[in-house]
Design a protein around this ligand. Structure first.
Ligand code: IDP
Length: 166
């Protein structure tokens, strides 16, 4: 749900971004990704380091159960710490997805050479980052990572920061 009152300069949107274990394992990569978030005018609404149990990984990626990479994916995602972020800006969902680039690292290197996955991804599974693929997914995934957080309440409180004019 975008915030579109007359007083808003831009429609505000939230997305859920994750820096996956392969990137967190390398402090310089983690720092570079953190910088990219800030350089792209995202507001970091919430951020936390988290470690998944295997069942968290299975639940989050249930839609991929049965795919050839599923076992590899759930093992990887529960193999070490991740950073999860709730990010805000206009068109947050599509902007973060564009920054990440295509899912498959080798495709990213051809089609989006400057993207995060092209620059830092190791394999199609260990591809550095996750980002919600729609606003509905963002709300669902924010609740998965930050169950105590209310998107609706935050939108209400954040509105003054996005008013037009001086
Ligand atoms: P997304 O992360 O770009 O939204 P999804 O299709 O939802 O892509 O896949 C979820 C995750 O599963 C990917 O980020 C990647 O880690 C892994 N994955 C997807 N496709 C493949 C594949 O063909 N080989 C290996 N791993 C894959």
């Amino acid at each position: 749900m975008a915030l579109t009152t007359a007083r808003c300069a831009k429609a505000l949107q939230l997305t859920l971004a994750v820096i996956k274990p392969d990137a967190v394992a390398h402090p310089l990569v983690l720092e570079a990704l953190h910088e990219k978030i800030l350089e792209n005018n995202f507001i970091i609404v919430k951020a936390k380091e988290t470690v998944w149990r295997r069942q968290d990984s299975e639940r989050f990626y249930a839609e991929h159960k049965g795919r050839f990479f599923y076992q590899r994916l759930v093992e990887f995602m529960s193999s070490g710490p991740m950073w999860a972020y709730i990010l805000a800006r206009e068109e947050a969902v599509s902007h973060w997805r564009a920054m990440m680039g295509p899912t498959k690292v080798f495709r990213a290197r051809y089609d989006a050479p400057g993207s995060i996955r092209a620059r830092f991804g190791l394999t199609d599974t260990r591809n550095t980052t996750h980002g919600s693929d729609s606003e509905d997914s963002a709300w669902r995934e924010i609740a998965f990572f930050f169950p105590e957080f209310s998107v609706a309440e935050w939108m209400e409180r954040a509105e003054p920061a996005f008013r037009a004019g001086p």
